[in-house]
Design a binder for this molecule. Structure first.
Ligand SMILES: *Cc1c(COP(=O)(O)O)cnc(C)c1O
Length: 393
């Protein structure tokens, strides 16, 4: 089955005799058993719930994984991965990482004796030089956030595996509709399902897809033992969101590409980060491992104040730390989603304080372009006629 079909053509309620077309919400904590000595398939919703099971098998099929597990948030899914590590083990992580992952690694895991080193993972060369026998996990995002850098998953997997480490890819910014890291050698894939999988900004959730069946059993054991599994109503909302993932992403990334082109020709914008721009030298690696550029982009203006005023002048964009929803949003990662990273570290991450991140939603792209060009004109006094900018070939 092709991606569009997979998103809707799944059994919504395995074994249900009334055959509903949408998955029922099994809003129950516990299940009545056949007898005191014979246990049914389900006994307690922390251990297993039919609504959550449908979601987890759908995600496993979308990612090409042997199993997927769902959690109360993206960070709970990432935490589950870190439970595979013991004191003395080391993580090598990308130096362009979601702020919450950085906080988890540096301020929670560090206290448990697991150290993390942050390096450039946009090629495998630095990893090859830095990996050691202590390295048990290589952790990256592709695309990275907020700089939209591309990491070569197959190369990173080869180096990680040769050193006996697992490769985990946070694929939140692309979703399985565009990128399936397991097909390129990753062992684990995590998503903040709060973003594209949900798509409607009304659920906090995380999913973890696992390539290897034995590793999946271990993580399933931990999901029950630690108790951070996703609730049935949130699982239902995610299932509902996933059905429209393909149409959402197709529209959103087409708009994002148009907006990125427009901004890249605007005299007040000093840089645009988007893997779909033809000037981007990482575009070829991205096109080898993903089927589209996604709908998040970021740009620079040369001045943190100008960036802030532009963001605050926008009318159609929410000012929000999240992305991947049906409404467009704008954020200043330096003081919003990535503020949990200490300033000296942010400064070494090649991540500028004037960076504006945009998540493109389902609005008409021309309305978004008008909103952006008007906001830039209000702040900088540079009035650029959007149609004229766009028509420069
Ligand atoms: C939002 C986000 C997370 C954290 O997910 P939550 O659902 O907010 O816990 C992790 N990784 C990336 C790339 C994110 O954008």
């Amino acid at each position: 089955m092709r991606p569009f079909t997979k998103l809707v053509a799944f059994d919504p309620a395995p074994g249900d005799p009334v055959r509903p077309v949408a998955t029922p919400i099994y809003q129950t904590a516990t299940f009545d058993q056949e007898s005191a000595s014979e246990f049914s398939r389900y006994d307690y919703s922390r251990s297993g719930n039919p609504t959550r099971d449908v979601l987890e098998s759908l995600v496993a099929s979308l990612e090409g994984a042997s199993r997927a597990l769902s959690y109360a948030s993206g960070l709970a899914a990432i935490t589950a991965v870190t439970r595979l590590l013991r004191p003395g083990d080391e993580i090598i992580a990308s130096d362009d990482l979601y702020g919450g992952s950085y906080r988890l690694f540096s301020r929670v895991l560090a206290d448990r004796g697991v150290t993390t080193r942050y390096i450039d993972l946009t090629s495998a060369s630095q990893l090859r030089a830095e990996v050691s026998s202590k390295t048990k996990l290589v952790y990256t995002e592709s695309l990275t956030n907020p700089m939209l850098r591309v990491c070569p998953v197959r190369d990173l997997a080869e180096v990680a595996h040769a050193a006996g480490a697992l490769l985990c890819v946070d694929s939140t910014s692309l979703s399985p509709y565009l990128h399936r890291p397991i097909e390129h050698g990753a062992d684990l894939v995590v998503h903040s399902a709060t973003k594209y999988l949900c798509g409607h900004s009304d659920v906090t959730a995380g999913v973890l897809a696992i390539a290897d069946a034995a590793l999946a059993d271990k993580l399933k054991f931990l999901q029950n033992a630690e108790g951070a599994a996703l609730g049935p109503f949130d699982a239902f909302l995610l299932l509902r969101g996933i059905k429209t993932l393909g149409v959402r992403i197709e529209h959103q990334q087409r708009s994002a590409a148009r907006i990125a082109r427009t901004l890249s020709r605007h005299p007040s914008i000093t840089a645009v980060h988007f893997p779909g721009l033809s000037t981007d030298d990482q575009r070829l690696i991205h096109e080898r491992q993903a089927s589209g550029p996604g709908a998040v982009l970021s740009f620079e203006t040369g001045s943190p104040e100008v960036s802030r005023w532009i963001v605050e002048s926008l009318k159609l964009f929410n000012i929000a730390v999240s992305f991947g929803g049906v409404n467009s949003s704008a954020s200043l990662p330096w003081c919003m989603s990535h503020s949990s990273i200490p300033e000296p570290v942010r400064a070494t991450k090649r991540f500028p304080p004037d960076l504006v991140r945009l998540s493109i939603g389902l609005e008409d792209p021309q309305d978004l372009i008008d909103d952006l060009t008007h906001a830039i004109a209000r702040v900088t006094g540079v009035h650029a006629e959007p149609k004229a900018i766009e028509s420069i070939a």
